[in-house]
Design a protein around this ligand. Structure first.
Ligand code: KIV
Ligand code: ZN
Length: 513
C-alpha cells in the first residue's frame, strides 16, 4: 500500500527553547538545526524572529545554511512580526511563515481583548501579508483545544481562502483527551468546506502527559503534520516528543496509514545533543531515548531475550542509533579502530585536521578512563573546542578536607597572561568558581548548574552545563571531564568566554580583565 506522508515539524528551537531554563545561543541552535536536518525532519521551526535580535539572527543563519529541511519562523498575526519573520527567512531555500492568533473565548476576551470578528480579520490579513513574502504559510488558532467549534471552522475556512496551506490545531494548554482531540480533527476536516486545500497539523502540549497520545489520535483522524520536539522539550510540561511519535508510527505500521521520512538511526544522537546543550537530562525510563529503554534487568526477561529478541522487544535498539555489540575502545586502540568507530556512529571528521583533533582528544580521555564507550565518543565529537578562547584554564587544584572549608587555587591564561587566585567555598565547585571570580569578575548570575554522567561507573565523564546571565545576555557553558570539578570549571569558563567574546558587549566595560 502506498502510504501518506506524515510531515514532521520540529519545534525544539522555538517551543522547546521556551521551556523554562532552556535558552540556547546561536552556535548551539545551529548545531541542533544541523542535527535535525541530518535526522531528515521536514520542517524546522527555527525561532520567533520578533522576540529578540538573537532569535532573528538564529533564524536567519539557519535559513541561510540549511537546505534539506524547510525553515519556518513564527509570527503573531501582526504586520511587524510578519515582516521580521520574512526578513529572517529571505535567503532560505525552503521557507514557511507560521502565524497565529488565539481563538478561545478566554484568550480573546482576557488576553487579546478582541471580538471574534476582529480576530478573524487579523488572521486573514496576517495570512495574506505572509503570502506576499513566502509561498508556504501556516496558520494556528492558538488554544484551539478550548475554542468554540463553529468559530474554529469559520476562521479556518477564511484563512485557507486567504492562502494558508497548513492549518495547525494546537492544544495549547494540554487540556484535551486523545479520543476527544482526534474527533475534533476529523470533525474540522469534515466541516470546513475548503479543508482539501490544506494539510491539517497538530501541536499538543503535555500538561496531562497526553501530548503524544493526542497527536497520534489526531493522525489516526486525518492530521498529516505533527509538531513535536526532541525529548519532548517545550513550554511548561513540554510538547509531544518527536522520537515517540516517529517510532510509534514506524512500529505500528499495521495501524497507521502514513509514514515519516525520518532517519531514525539519528534519533539517539539528536536526543543526546539536545540534552547536553540544554543541560536537561533525559529520565532513564523515558520511552525510546531513556538509558533503560532497551535494558532488560529481570531474569525472566533476559532469558526470553536470549531465546528470541521479539519476546520482550518491539523495536530494535539499532533503529534509533544504539549500536549493539559495539566495540569498546581503550588507550591501546589505534587510528583504524577509532576511524571505524566514527563511521559506525556516523560522526563525520571531514578533514585530516578534525580527525587528528578528535583522535588526540580520544587519547587524552583514554589516559584517564579505561573503557571508552560510544557515548564518550559522541560527547567528544560534540565538544566545544576551547582553542581560540581568550580565557583558558592553565592549572587548578582543589582541596577538600572534612574539617575545613574547601579551598581552590586556579590559574587562568587570559590572552597570554597568567593570573592566579585562591578562594574558599561551600563545596569544591563553589570554591573553584569563587577563585575564578577573584580573577575575572564579570558580575554574572549563575542560573543553572547541571551535572550528568555520560556513562556509568565512577570513572565516567561528568558532563556539566551552566547557564549564566549578564544583563539581557543568557549563555550556556559546557564542559566534560572524568573529574567533575574540572568539568564544572571548563563549563563555567566556556560560558564566561562566550560573554567576554560577545560582540554586543563592550569588553572594556567588563570589570576584572
Ligand atoms: O502552544 C501553542 O499554541 C503554540 C502556538 C504558537 C502554535 O505554541
Ligand atoms: Zn506550543
Amino acid at each position: 500500500m502506498n502510504k501518506d506522508h506524515l510531515i514532521i515539524f520540529d519545534t525544539t528551537l522555538r517551543d522547546g527553547e521556551q521551556s523554562p531554563g532552556a535558552s540556547m545561543d546561536i552556535e548551539e541552535k545551529m548545531q541542533i538545526a544541523n542535527a535535525l536536518s541530518d535526522l531528515n525532519v521536514d520542517v524546522i521551526e527555527a525561532g520567533f524572529p520578533i522576540a529578540s535580535n538573537g532569535d532573528f539572527t538564529a533564524v536567519k543563519e539557519i535559513a541561510n545554511s540549511i537546505s534539506n529541511s524547510r525553515i519556518c519562523a513564527l509570527a503573531r498575526a501582526l504586520d511587524k512580526d510578519i515582516l521580521r519573520a520574512a526578513d529572517a527567512l529571505k535567503n532560505a531555500k525552503l521557507s514557511r511563515i507560521h502565524t497565529f492568533i488565539a481563538t478561545s473565548p478566554i484568550h480573546m476576551e482576557m488576553k487579546l481583548k478582541m471580538s471574534p470578528d476582529q480576530v478573524i480579520e487579523n488572521a486573514v490579513s496576517a495570512v495574506k501579508m505572509a503570502r506576499e513574502h513566502v509561498q508556504d504559510v501556516e496558520f494556528s488558532p492558538e488554544d484551539a483545544g478550548r475554542s468554540d467549534f463553529d468559530f474554529l471552522c469559520k476562521i479556518i475556512e477564511r484563512v485557507i481562502d486567504a492562502g494558508a496551506s497548513t492549518i495547525n490545531i494546537p492544544d495549547t494548554v494540554g487540556y484535551n483527551l486523545p479520543h476527544q482531540f482526534g474527533e475534533l480533527i476529523s470533525k474540522i476536516i469534515q466541516n470546513v468546506p475548503n479543508s482539501n486545500d490544506a494539510v491539517f497539523s497538530v501541536h499538543c502540549h503535555n500538561d496531562l502527559g497526553l501530548a503524544v497520545s493526542n497527536s497520534l489520535s489526531s493522525v489516526l483522524n486525518g492530521a498529516r503534520q505533527v509538531e513535536c520536539t526532541i525529548n519532548g522539550l517545550g513550554e511548561r510540561a513540554g510538547n509531544a516528543a518527536l522520537e515517540e511519535i516517529v517510532m510509534t508510527v514506524k512500529t505500528r505500521r499495521d495501524i497507521f496509514t502514513c509514514d515519516t521520512k525520518i532517519n531514525t538511526k539519528k534519533i539517539m544522537n539528536c536526543s543526546r545533543l539536545v540534552s547536553s546543550i540544554t543541560g536537561f537530562p533525559v529520565q532513564p525510563n523515558k520511552a525510546i531515548v531513556g538509558k533503560n529503554a532497551f535494558a532488560h534487568e529481570s531474569g525472566i526477561h533476559q532469558d526470553g531475550i536470549i531465546k528470541s529478541r521479539e519476546t520482550y522487544e518491539i523495536m530494535r535498539a539499532e533503529d534509533i542509533g544504539l549500536v549493539s555489540n559495539s566495540l569498546v575502545l581503550g588507550k591501546h586502540s589505534g587510528r583504524n579502530a577509532f576511524k571505524q568507530k566514527l563511521d559506525e556512529l556516523n560522526i563525520q571528521s571531514d578533514s585530516d585536521n578534525s580527525f587528528n583533533d578528535l583522535f588526540s582528544r580520544f587519547k587524552e580521555l583514554a589516559d584517564k578512563k579505561h573503557d571508552i564507550y560510544d557515548e564518550d565518543i559522541i560527547r567528544l565529537s560534540n565538544n566545544i573546542s576551547l582553542t581560540g578562547d581568550d580565557i583558558q584554564l592553565s592549572y587548578m587544584s582543589v582541596i577538600c578536607d572534612t574539617n575545613k572549608k574547601p579551598n581552590a587555587k586556579i590559574k587562568l591564561n587570559i590572552k597570554g597572561e597568567e593570573i592566579e587566585a585562591s578562594a574558599e567555598g561551600d563545596g569544591a565547585v563553589d570554591a573553584a568558581f569563587n577563585a575564578i571570580k577573584e580573577i575575572i569578575d564579570l558580575k554574572v548570575d549563575l542560573k543553572l548548574y547541571s551535572v550528568n554522567n555520560i556513562t556509568s561507573g565512577t570513572d565516567a565523564q561528568g558532563e556539566v552545563t551552566v547557564r549564566v546571565v549578564k544583563g539581557d545576555l543568557i549563555v550556556n557553558g559546557h564542559g566534560a571531564d572524568t573529574d567533575i570539578v574540572k568539568a564544572s570549571v571548563l563549563a563555567y569558563l566556556n560560558a564566561i568566554n562566550k560573554i567576554y567574546q560577545n560582540p554586543d558587549l563592550d569588553s572594556k566595560k567588563l570589570s576584572g580583565i
